[in-house]
Design a protein around this ligand. Structure first.
Ligand code: ZN
Length: 83
């Protein structure tokens, strides 16, 4: 009788260990993602290269607040691409 109890405890413990491992792996994956997001958020702010019209990307202005001469839309900042 004692042996059966011991076996069932071992099986239960193995099951717990297995589910714990799965949980910890999932948590690790979440941490990895959180780290990536944090490093992206703390990255230096991108510099504005120029301003352009989203509809007419050949329009380039160095100053903010300009308007597209074709469609009169507000020009949007284009950031310098970092590596
Ligand atoms: Zn435009």
């Amino acid at each position: 009788m004692k042996k059966i109890l011991l076996t069932s405890i071992l099986v239960l413990a193995a099951g717990l260990a297995c589910s714990y491992q799965n949980t910890s792996q999932a948590e690790n994956a979440g941490d990895e993602k959180a780290k990536t997001e944090t490093s992206t958020a703390t990255a230096p702010a991108p510099k504005v290269d120029h301003y352009t019209c989203p509809m007419h990307t050949h329009i380039r202005e160095d100053k903010a607040g300009g308007k597209c001469p074709i469609c009169n839309m507000d020009l949007e900042p284009v950031f310098t691409k970092s590596k």
